[in-house]
Design a protein around this ligand. Structure first.
Ligand SMILES: *[C@@H]1O[C@H](CO)[C@@H](O)[C@H](O)[C@H]1NC(C)=O
Ligand SMILES: *[C@@H]1O[C@H](CO)[C@@H](O)[C@H](O)[C@H]1NC(C)=O
Ligand SMILES: *[C@@H]1O[C@H](CO)[C@@H](O)[C@H](O)[C@H]1NC(C)=O
Ligand SMILES: *[C@@H]1O[C@H](CO)[C@@H](O)[C@H](O)[C@H]1NC(C)=O
Length: 449
């Protein structure tokens, strides 16, 4: 029966290759995304976006109507913005893609998440949601849709999310057939997700994202690699790349998604364009870990206390009396000015993070939100340059830097990276499974030939 066995192995090999191409095949080659805040339209109009710095621009955001689970346009001034968003951006670049984020409303988190839960739990509501997202996307010339539910918080939510993603994808596929559009025209589907594939800190310890449904149905996920210290009672790094004593780091989060089985070619890493601020208890005690008495001031940009735009961080830094510190070990910057303390990503931190994303062979990065950059687009430009120039000076430079830092922290990242780096050099999108099948095939052909 050797011939029969050969056929079986052929089928297995073909199926694994297909699984990988299904995971990676349809994705774009790279994503350099920016989230634009519709609530910032007054001080950061769409026309000021430098389209050349991004491949994808997200309109952030609309929410779910709790009554009928369709998309709700709650602000009356939102409709004219939606109407011009894609047209304005595509006037300057025909290749840029626009996506519409359906998100949890930061000012009404509980209500907003309850609306997501109710929608996902009911087949009729899911269908109404899906129809309404697609209608509004087509009406305003968006190229895709994004689900930014922050966050599904129970096993039931996650099970319903699985159904929602499958039905959404099926409907997007059907639409293409119905209208006989060009093959590249189906709407993109993405989700903006928690920094790790497992949710921490909720009442239930059993809340994991539906990895299979994500890999199967989404073009990619945008991983929220920031906000780690939202509720901290001490001054701390809100978006550190590495952490010595906790899971609150981007390297941990990205590693957890990779370990759960989402392919690196489906993963886009978040970089914050905001800083997290606090008032120190004692303005002489300014090290990370110092006691704080309150969140920092409500800012004009964010309309939230404790959240400061990058351009406001720069303004504060220009003030006499400001001190800037960059922590190379964990990769974050902070400033202190009197009793104000702000954790943020400076250009150096952004560059390190981009190198990390490149080293992990991720699909790309996203900046959140680009409305918070300064008028020179300093951070967006810096991220763009770091992404484009990675590997240009021999390639191994960036690798070694990331590896040695990882090892010095006893981090698993470096070891994992070293294990896979041999294979990714040649076949960025192949996993061990496929390589194994190919080797088996070659072996079989050899012994039968
Ligand atoms: C997609 O189209 C098929 C065939 O027309 C139909 O049976 C199926 O219900 C449709 N699915 C969705 C989600 O619309
Ligand atoms: C600012 O936030 C408050 C709620 O915290 C909200 O009522 C108000 O509309 C927001 N203002 C703007 C300009 O978005
Ligand atoms: C900054 O403050 C120091 C001490 O308070 C003062 O000597 C210096 O002149 C100030 N510089 C500027 C540019 O205001
Ligand atoms: C923008 O760049 C110009 C020229 O380099 C500089 O003079 C200006 O201060 C910068 N503005 C900001 C907000 O960084």
């Amino acid at each position: 029966m050797p011939f029969f066995r050969l056929i079986v192995f052929l089928i297995i090999a073909a199926r694994s290759a297909l699984a990988v191409s299904q995971q990676c095949g349809a994705s774009p080659r790279q994503v350099r995304a920016g989230y634009w805040l519709s609530s910032s339209g007054r001080y950061s109009p769409v026309s000021t976006i430098d389209v050349s710095l991004y491949t994808h621009i997200y309109y952030f955001s609309l929410s779910v109507d709790p009554l009928d689970s369709t998309i709700s346009i709650s602000q009356p001034d939102e409709l004219p913005l939606l109407a011009v968003f894609s047209a304005t951006l595509k006037k300057d670049s025909s290749s840029v893609k626009t996506l519409l984020s359906i998100a949890t409303d930061a000012h009404r988190i509980e209500e907003s998440n309850a609306a997501f839960s109710a929608m996902a739990a009911d087949p009729i509501r899911r269908a109404a949601f899906i129809e309404s997202t697609m209608e509004i996307a087509r009406e305003h010339s968006f190229d895709g849709l994004d689900l930014s539910w922050q966050y599904p918080s129970s096993p039931a939510d996650m099970a319903n999310l699985q159904l929602l993603l499958a039905e959404w994808r099926a409907r997007v596929g059907n639409e293409t057939v119905e209208t006989e559009r060009e093959p590249e025209s189906p709407l993109l589907l993405t989700a903006t997700v928690y920094f790790s594939g497992h949710l921490f800190g909720g009442s239930d310890d059993n809340v994991d994202y539906p990895i299979d449904a994500i890999s199967r149905n989404l073009d990619w996920i945008n991983v929220l690699c920031f906000g780690y210290q939202k509720n901290s009672k001490v001054a701390a790094a809100d978006a550190a790349l590495f952490a010595k004593t906790s899971h609150s780091s981007t390297s941990y989060g990205i590693g957890s998604w990779l370990d759960s089985g989402v392919a690196s070619c489906k993963m886009v890493m978040g970089i914050p364009l905001y800083g997290r601020s606090w008032y120190l208890k004692n303005k002489e005690k300014t090290e990370p870990g110092a006691a704080v008495v309150a969140e920092g001031p409500r800012q004009r940009s964010s309309n939230q206390s404790g959240v400061m735009a990058y351009f406001e961080v720069e303004e504060t830094l220009r003030d006499n009396g400001s001190t800037l510190v960059y922590d190379k070990e964990t990769v974050f910057a902070y400033l202190h000015h009197g009793d104000l303390w702000v954790s943020f990503d400076n250009p150096e931190a952004v560059e390190e993070k981009i190198n990390f994303a490149r080293h992990k062979d991720l699909l790309g990065y996203f900046l959140f939100p680009i409305s918070f950059d300064d008028s020179n687009h300093t951070i967006s430009q810096h991220a763009f340059d770091a992404w484009s120039s990675y590997g240009a000076d021999g390639g191994s430079n960036g690798d070694q830097e990331v590896s040695s830092r990882g090892t010095s922290h006893g981090d698993q990242d470096a070891r994992q990276a070293a294990e896979i780096s041999g294979s990714i050099t040649w076949f960025p999108n192949l996993n061990a499974n496929v390589l194994f099948s190919f080797l088996l095939l070659i072996f079989l052909v050899f012994i039968h030939g």
